[in-house]
Design a protein around this ligand. Structure first.
Ligand code: PLP
Length: 217
């Protein structure tokens, strides 16, 4: 598919939804992709990327940053508290804040270093046992807890269950964000980003539709 087609489809989805063209941020999810594919997308001008592992990002992005200016890197996968410092060095945003202990660790470190990445709180909208995120019923109190820690919470993030209509989850996430006064919505992937844009996504996370299928070795 490729970057320019995804951007065209984003513009169309924005317009169809009565939203301003260009209002949605595209996070190009480069996890597992070979460097040559990532470089090709950088060369086409894309600067916002998503990775789901701190370690993998640490191996890959410092080199690209020496060669390309303005890279905006987002962590979209689980963060262990002992990797928080490394995550602060690498990422401008963290979409996977999913538990009070992590929020407290981030707050402590933000105090110490004097800055903090933008934060999205991950909600387990499908209440799946194996999935990270706070449960919908715990979300309001988690938002309040993060605010009490003075954290820069920009919005909410979700990954809908694979076998359910994602729109229901996007609508639920949008409702929870609105009632908490949060404007950021990180939702929508290769297969459903247009539906996410229709329901108010501000950040979509698209991997395989840009780079091709991931080949796990
Ligand atoms: C891998 C991943 C994506 C991208 O998935 P695609 O289906 O390849 O677009 C989006 N969000 C998260 C959290 C991911 O781990």
């Amino acid at each position: 598919m490729g970057l320019s087609e995804i951007k065209d489809r984003m513009r169309k989805a924005e317009t169809d939804a009565g939203r301003a063209p260009g209002c949605v941020t595209l996070i190009a999810v480069s996890k597992v992709q070979p460097d040559a594919r990532v470089e090709a997308v950088l060369t086409q001008g894309q600067r916002c990327f998503g990775e789901n592992r701190v370690q993998e990002a640490a191996g890959k992005w410092p080199g690209f940053r020496e060669r390309f200016d303005g890279i905006d890197l987002h962590l979209i996968g689980p963060l262990q508290t002992n990797k928080t410092r490394q995550a602060f060095d690498l990422f401008q945003a963290i979409h996977s804040v999913d538990r009070p202990k992590l929020a407290r660790t981030i707050a402590r470190l933000a105090q110490e270093v004097g800055h903090c990445p933008d934060l999205f709180l991950q909600v387990n909208t499908g209440e799946e046992d194996q999935k990270a995120g706070v449960l919908p019923g715990d979300t309001d109190s988690f938002v309040a807890e993060c605010r009490a820690l003075d954290l820069p919470v920009k919005g909410l993030m979700c990954i809908p269950p694979v076998d359910e209509e994602p729109s229901l989850h996007f609508a639920l996430l949008a409702k929870m964000a609105a009632r908490n006064g949060l404007s950021g919505l990180s939702m929508g992937m290769s297969g459903d980003f247009e539906r996410a844009i229709a329901l108010g996504a501000t950040h979509i996370r698209v991997g395989s539709a840009i780079f091709g299928e991931r080949e796990y070795g």
